[in-house]
Write a protein that binds this ligand. Structure first.
Ligand code: DPM
Length: 345
């Protein structure tokens, strides 16, 4: 690794750049002799700002151009929010590190005129900006007096729209994104999982590289936080089984402590009238020792000693998905997909 020059790709948004720099900083601490160059790359998702995410349809909206740059060897790795990554990766690509997860929960940011209020006591007909079908479905269910409307643009744009346009009473965003931007103080309330299940992998950063670039895998491997990886493997297995994609009303909550992995998975109809929710647990012990040779499993690079628990975690996600499917999740998701497609026309 000595003295190597590393080219890093990133989306150009301020949040993406902050995320990329945090990964580069972590690498600089481990490999101070290397030099790092970050290239900002525009993606389709960044260019189309005025159409609701769920209506754009194409998957990997925010990742495709970055993967092309990787494939062409213009960059050695790219940093993503893992929640934006499709459950099946692009050909020849692999996730070579998953960093320690920050707060995975969602947050409500209210207009200053509603200072001191919460969702339950907002006036009838208050308008909340969110392009996440998951957030809207869960909150409509519990707070039928509120209205939800699309809001696009990067975080800066959204906060400006909230503060200045006067058409939103509040917006719902990920805590982690707000914190990374230095806007923790704008959070009015954190929405705990009993109010809003978070998105699969929300709050976790992941590093994508070429599948055959062993040197980069080795270099990035120390950044992997095993607790985060195990939780995200379970969550992604759940989403993959439901053929969720990233824009359907599916939420999760996982915990991995004291040898026990617990997962709650939820599925919602778009209007929030239907909810299917299931919690399951499995015993998982982190291995104290074992082979640190790098292997790949389900699109992620990991040390060989973690393979058995990675499989356990994946099985838990599959089991929760199987259970909610038995309870009728398929019908709910099918109806949601059809009405999303309908809106695209
Ligand atoms: C995905 C969703 C959203 C992003 C859908 C969802 C939110 C879209 C919106 C898959 N990606 O969560 O149900 O609010 O219009 C995104 C954010 C982050 C990564 C911002 C956010 C930062 C948090 C993270 C957009 N992608 O969710 O507020 O790193 O997990």
């Amino acid at each position: 690794m000595n003295g190597r020059k590393v080219s890093v790709g990133s989306r150009k948004s301020e949040l993406a750049m902050i995320q990329t720099r945090s990964v580069v900083r972590a690498l600089e601490n481990i490999y101070p002799d290397c030099t790092y160059e970050i290239s900002g790359i525009s993606t389709t998702g960044d260019k189309i700002q005025d159409v609701a995410l769920s209506k754009i349809g194409e998957k990997s909206l925010f990742t495709k151009e970055l993967e092309v740059a990787l494939d062409d060897k213009r960059v050695d790795f790219v940093v993503h929010s893992l929640k934006d990554m499709p459950t099946t990766l692009a050909p020849r690509m692999i996730m070579c590190a998953v960093c320690k997860r920050e707060d995975p929960q969602d947050a409500l940011v209210l207009h200053s005129k509603h200072d001191g209020k919460n969702l339950a006591d907002l006036p009838e007909g208050s308008r909340l900006g969110s392009s996440s079908l998951r957030r809207a479905a869960q909150l409509k269910r519990q707070f039928p007096h509120l209205e939800f409307c699309d809001i696009r643009g990067n975080l800066n744009t959204r906060l400006r729209k909230l503060d200045e346009d006067g058409q939103y009473d509040g917006i719902v965003l990920a805590v982690s994104g707000l914190e990374r931007m230095g806007w923790k103080h704008r959070i009015s309330h954190v929405l705990t999982p009993d109010v809003c299940l978070y998105a699969v992998s929300q709050g976790a950063l992941a590093v994508e590289a070429r599948e055959d670039d062993i040197e980069i895998h080795t270099m990035l491997s120390p950044l992997t936080h095993i607790n985060t990886l195990i939780r995200c493997l379970a969550e992604r297995a759940y989403l993959r089984c439901l053929e969720g994609g990233c824009s359907v009303p599916v939420g999760v909550d996982t915990q991995f402590t004291e040898g026990r992995l617990q997962m709650t998975g939820g599925v919602y109809s778009l209007d929030g009238s239907k909810e299917i929710k299931q919690t399951m647990t499995t015993e998982i012990q982190l291995p104290a020792s074992g082979s640190t040779k790098l292997v790949s499993f389900n699109g992620f690079v990991m040390e060989e000693r973690f393979l058995p628990i990675a499989k356990e975690a994946t099985q838990l996600g599959v089991n929760v998905a199987t259970k909610v499917t038995e309870m009728g999740a398929g019908t709910i998701l099918q109806a949601a997909r059809e009405s999303i497609e309908q809106k695209e026309k």
